[in-house]
Design a binder for this molecule. Structure first.
Ligand code: NAD
Length: 315
C-alpha cells in the first residue's frame, strides 16, 4: 500500500484523485487546500489529516515520515495551474514522486527547471494525460499508425471544436486569469493538443486566428495533419440545434470528415492513470513537453484575424 498526500483537495477534480488512490488500493495520509469546504473527504478518506495552511501541511509531512518511518510515496497535485511547479518541487524535495494535473506547467522553461530537480532528487514527475488512456483514442492511434506505416507522408484534415459554457464566475476565478490558468488554450485545449500530437506527430506550424477571454482559435500543422481548432467557454458559440436539446457543451473531432466518438468513458481514466503510474508507466516530463510548448506559443502569438486556414466558427 502506497501513501499519498493531496494538494488542492477541495476543488472540482480532486475527488477523482481521491477515488483513484482508493481504487488502486492505496491511502491518503494528508491533504491541503486553503478552502475548507471539503466534506467529500468523508466519502473517501475520513482519517486523512487536512490542512488549510501550507506551513502546517509541510510540518506534518516532514514529521509524519520521521515519526512513522514510512514514506509519502506520491503527492497528487490538483491546485491551480500556475502553482503546479511549486507544488511539484515540494513533493520531490520531500522524497515523493509528483502526480500532477494538466497543464503540468504554463511554459516549457518551467519543465527545464523541473528536470533539474528530478535529477537532483531522483524522484519522478508524472502528468495526468488521461485522453491517452481512452479506448477510442487508443484505437484511433493504432489505426492511424497502421495507415502511416503504409503511407508515411499522408496528411489528414482535422477539425477540433470544443464549445462549453461557463458562467461569470469563470472570469472571476483563477481559470479566467491568463497569468494563473494560461488562458483557454492552456486550460482546456492542452489535452486535445497533446492527444493530436501523440497520434499525428509534432507541431511544425502554429497560428492563432482568434484570441479573446472566452474563445481561442487557430491552426496547427502537424507532421501528418492540418488541424483547424476552436475552443470556447461562451454559450453563444454553441450551435442552435445543440442548444435546442438543452445541452451546454459541444465536442467534436473529425479526421478527414469522420467524427471520432469519445464522449463517454471518462470517469475511470484517473484510476487508469494511477494504475499505470504505480506500475512505472506514467507520462513524464518528456511526454508533457510538446503540448506545453504549443500552448505557451499560442499564449504569446498575435492573432491573425480571419486570414488563411481559420476555423469556420471564427467570426
Ligand atoms: P478548482 O478551482 O475547482 O480547484 C483548485 C483547488 O486548489 C481549489 O480548491 C483551491 O482552493 C485550491 N488551491 C488554491 N490555491 C492553493 C494553494 N496555494 N495550495 C493548495 N491548494 C490551493 O479547479 P479544478 O477544476 O479542480 O482544477 C484543478 C487542476 O486540475 C487544474 O490544474 C486543472 O487544469 C486540472 N483539471 C483537470 C481536469 C482533467 O480532466 N484532467 C479537469 C478539470 C481540471
Amino acid at each position: 500500500m502506497k501513501n499519498f498526500a493531496l494538494i488542492g483537495a477541495s476543488g472540482y477534480i480532486a475527488p477523482r484523485h481521491m477515488r483513484a488512490i482508493k481504487d488502486t488500493g492505496n491511502r491518503l495520509i494528508a491533504a491541503l487546500d486553503p478552502y475548507d469546504g471539503i466534506g467529500i473527504m468523508d466519502s473517501h478518506f475520513p482519517e486523512a489529516s487536512f490542512f488549510t495552511e501550507f506551513e502546517r501541511f509541510d510540518r506534518f509531512v516532514d514529521k509524519w515520515h520521521r515519526d512513522s518511518g514510512n514514506k509519502i510515496e506520491y503527492v497528487s497535485i490538483c491546485s491551480p495551474n500556475y502553482l503546479h511547479d511549486s507544488h511539484i518541487r515540494f513533493a520531490l524535495k520531500n522524497g515523493a514522486d509528483a502526480i500532477c494535473e494538466k497543464p503540468l506547467v504554463l511554459n516549457p522553461w518551467n519543465i527545464d527547471q523541473l528536470r533539474l530537480i528530478e535529477k537532483e532528487t531522483g524522484q519522478k514527475i508524472y502528468n495526468i494525460l488521461q485522453l491517452r488512456l481512452h479506448d477510442s483514442i487508443i484505437a484511433l492511434k493504432k489505426r492511424i499508425a497502421k495507415e502511416l506505416k503504409e503511407n508515411p507522408n499522408k496528411v489528414y484534415d482535422i477539425d477540433l471544436t470544443y464549445l462549453t459554457s461557463r458562467g461569470k464566475w469563470y472570469f472571476v476565478s483563477w481559470k479566467g486569469d491568463q497569468t494563473k490558468s494560461g488562458g483557454i488554450a492552456s486550460n482546456i485545449g492542452v489535452h486535445f493538443f497533446d492527444m493530436l500530437c501523440w497520434i499525428f506527430g509534432e507541431v511544425e506550424e502554429n497560428k492563432v486566428h482568434l484570441k479573446t477571454a472566452d474563445a481561442n482559435a487557430g491552426y496547427l500543422k502537424l507532421k501528418n495533419a492540418n488541424v483547424k481548432w476552436f475552443l470556447s467557454v461562451n454559450y453563444d458559440y454553441i450551435p442552435n440545434e445543440i442548444k435546442d436539446k438543452g445541452l451546454t457543451t459541444f465536442r467534436s473531432i473529425t479526421v478527414n470528415g469522420e467524427a471520432i466518438e469519445f464522449s463517454g468513458g471518462f470517469t475511470e481514466l484517473h484510476t487508469r492513470s494511477y494504475e499505470q503510474i504505480i506500475k512505472g508507466n506514467g507520462f513524464g516530463l518528456d511526454e508533457a513537453y510538446g503540448s506545453i510548448n504549443t500552448v505557451s506559443q499560442i499564449r504569446n502569438l498575435e492573432p491573425l484575424g480571419l486570414v488563411g486556414d481559420y476555423h469556420p466558427f471564427c467570426k
